[in-house]
Design a protein around this ligand. Structure first.
Ligand code: GLN
Length: 240
């Protein structure tokens, strides 16, 4: 059986609002296509190589946990950047997304250095951007999720799409997330992948293409997922 390796960074620290569900969604949808998945939990990075990683995943966390995790991830920042530039698919959520920039400025003005993988920054405020969110995406169609962040992120790269309801990257742009090569950064918890199978399949397909694994048809359909998504989108847009 063909197999892909998912590297899950700091699962014990960065797992807000069920972010682990993203790993479950990736694993299930790969298996439904006859592709086996091995998940490597990365809790410390000393001596770690990313050469066997097919998908990288970082979840979200509080400011405190984020600061601890950043210190650990600093050791592999050059390898991480090289993997992203090489097109390894990656999903990073909220705090995990903010990490990838140059800095995270806390509400009291403290500047915490990020991994500087890409050229952007996040500034946090005391009032939080919280609630359900709907995005219209050219690549993925309509995306739904839940956000809760003090951070406002500003970057010059592609995004996941336009915010129809909710906040997204900050409280002014009406854009959500970041899309650079096969790296996706997003504020969406919930978790995002079980609610948005198009994004799950995007990551799996990119991983399979890099490994010359056939990304064949799936055992099953997406009717339940699509109906669930429609219910929440209709409700949120009606409330606007
Ligand atoms: N600490 C970050 C913020 O509040 C990330 C929160 C999160 O991951 N949900 O902006």
């Amino acid at each position: 059986m063909s197999s892909i390796n998912i590297y899950h960074f700091m699962p014990d620290k960065l797992n807000l609002y069920g972010d682990i569900g993203n790993i479950i969604a990736l694993t299930k949808r790969a298996k439904w296509r006859g592709i086996d998945v091995k998940v490597t939990d990365v809790k410390e990075t000393t001596g770690l190589s990313l050469s066997e990683a097919d998908i990288l995943f970082i979840g979200g966390g509080s400011d405190r946990e984020q600061a601890i995790a950043t210190q650990e991830l600093f050791r592999i920042k050059d390898d991480f950047k090289a993997a992203i530039e090489d097109g390894v698919p990656a999903l990073t959520i909220c705090g995990g997304y903010q990490f990838l920039g140059e800095k995270y400025v806390t509400p009291d003005g403290q500047s915490l250095p990020g991994l500087n993988i890409l050229d952007f920054y996040t500034e946090s405020k005391k009032d939080r951007l919280t609630g359900n969110i709907v995005i219209e995406s050219e690549t993925f169609g309509q995306i739904v999720g839940f956000e809760n962040h003090g951070g406002r992120t500003y970057h010059p790269y592609g995004t996941l799409g336009n915010v129809i309801s909710g906040y997204g990257n900050n409280d002014t742009d009406k854009k959500e997330g970041l899309h650079y090569k096969n790296l996706l950064g997003t504020y969406l918890h919930g978790p995002i992948l079980p609610k948005n199978h198009e994004i799950t399949d995007y990551l799996l397909k990119a991983a399979c293409e890099r490994k010359n694994i056939e990304f064949g048809s799936m055992d099953g359909d997406n009717i339940v997922e699509e109906n669930a998504k429609k219910v929440i989108i209709d409700r949120l847009l009606a409330e606007k």
